[in-house]
Design a protein around this ligand. Structure first.
Ligand code: GUN
Length: 292
C-alpha cells in the first residue's frame, strides 16, 4: 500500500473561496451583501475559537458578519426574542447559534425558532426533512464539507460502503443520510455506529470510507481498518501538553497507526474544520442569492 494521501481541507477550502468570490462580487453588484449573525452563549473556549474564525473569514471575503454574545445564564426567552428580531432583519441572510448551549436552554426550541430560509446550519426540522427526502435546501456544513473534500480529491463514493461513527444531529446522522442519497458525489451504502453498537470494529473493517465523529481522542486505529480505506476525522479534541498554549488539538484517529493502511486521510487540524467554515460561507451566499 502506498503512503497515505493527506486530504487537506485547508487547500480544498481555498478552491471553494475562489469560486465563491465570483458569486459574492455579482450579488454585491446587485446591492446585496451576504450577512451572517452568529449567536454565542457562555465562554466555552472551543465555541469561542469557532465563532471567531467564522467571523474572520466572512470579513476577509468582504461579507457582513456580526456576533451576538450572551452570558451563560441567559434565558431561553431572551435568545428567542433575539432570533425573532434577526429573522426580520434583512441585513442577515443566515443565522447561526453555536452549539452546545447551556442546560437551561432547550436547543430544539432554539433551532425551530430560526426561519428555515435563514437556517444556514441546516438544523431546522424543515431543512432536515428536505435533506432526508433528497431535495436539500441547506446541507449541514460539516457533512457538506466532507462530501466536497472527497469530490475535490476525486474520491468516488458511489457503490462504496461508508461507516460513520457517531449519531449527532450536527455530523453523524446528516452525513449518513447525505452519503446514501441518490445524487452526484453520494450513492453509497451507509452504516451508522454509535454507543449502542456491539463490536464497532466488525463494521469499520468492512468499510471503504470511515467517518469518525465521536470526540474520542485516538479512538480509531489502523487495525480497525481494511487495507486502502479512506479515513475522515471529524473529531477535534483538546489534550493537555507542556507547550506554550497548554494544549494541542487532536482528532479521533490515531494518525501513526493508520499510515500505509489507509489510502487517504484528513489531518486534524487542517482537514474537515476549514471545509466546515467554507460551507457556512457558501450556504450564506446561497441564502442571500435566493433573496434577489
Ligand atoms: N457546534 C459544533 N459544530 C457546529 C456547527 O456546525 N454549527 C453550530 N451552530 N454549532 C456547532
Amino acid at each position: 500500500m502506498p503512503d497515505t494521501l493527506i486530504l487537506s481541507g485547508k487547500v480544498a477550502a481555498e478552491t471553494v473561496y475562489t469560486d465563491l468570490s465570483i458569486r459574492v462580487g455579482s450579488i454585491i453588484k446587485k446591492g446585496v451583501k451576504p450577512g451572517l449573525a452568529a449567536i454565542l452563549v457562555g465562554d466555552d473556549p472551543a465555541s469561542n475559537v469557532y465563532v471567531r474564525s467564522k467571523t474572520k473569514r466572512f470579513r476577509s471575503m468582504g461579507l457582513h458578519s456580526d456576533t451576538i454574545t450572551f452570558h451563560e445564564d441567559v434565558s431561553e426567552d431572551e435568545l428567542l426574542l433575539t432570533i425573532d428580531s434577526l429573522n426580520h432583519d434583512k441585513s442577515f441572510h443566515g443565522i447561526l447559534v453555536q452549539f452546545p448551549l447551556p442546560e437551561q436552554i432547550n436547543s430544539q426550541n432554539i433551532i425551530r425558532s430560526i426561519l428555515p430560509e435563514k437556517d444556514v446550519d441546516g438544523f431546522h426540522p424543515e431543512n432536515v426533512g428536505l435533506l432526508t427526502m433528497g431535495s436539500p435546501r441547506f446541507i449541514p456544513c460539516t457533512p457538506k464539507g466532507i462530501i466536497r473534500l472527497l469530490s475535490q480529491y476525486e474520491i468516488e463514493l458511489s457503490g462504496k460502503h461508508v461507516v460513520v461513527i457517531g449519531r449527532s444531529n450536527i455530523v453523524g446522522r446528516p452525513i449518513s443520510i447525505l452519503t446514501s442519497l441518490k445524487s452526484a458525489g453520494a450513492n453509497a451504502t451507509s452504516t451508522i455506529c454509535h454507543s449502542g453498537t456491539i463490536n464497532i470494529d466488525d463494521h469499520t473493517r468492512c468499510a471503504d470510507v470511515v467517518i469518525t465523529a465521536m470526540g474520542s481522542p485516538n479512538y480509531l486505529k489502523g487495525d480497525m481498518l481494511k487495507n486502502g480505506a479512506v479515513v475522515i476525522d471529524v473529531g477535534i479534541n483538546r489534550v493537555e501538553t507542556g507547550n506554550d498554549k497548554g494544549y494541542k488539538l487532536i482528532g479521533d484517529v490515531q494518525w501513526d497507526s493508520i499510515q500505509d493502511i489507509a489510502s487517504a486521510a484528513t489531518p486534524v487540524p487542517g482537514g474537515v474544520g476549514p471545509m466546515t467554515i467554507a460551507m457556512l460561507v457558501e450556504n450564506t451566499v446561497e441564502a442571500a442569492e435566493s433573496t434577489v
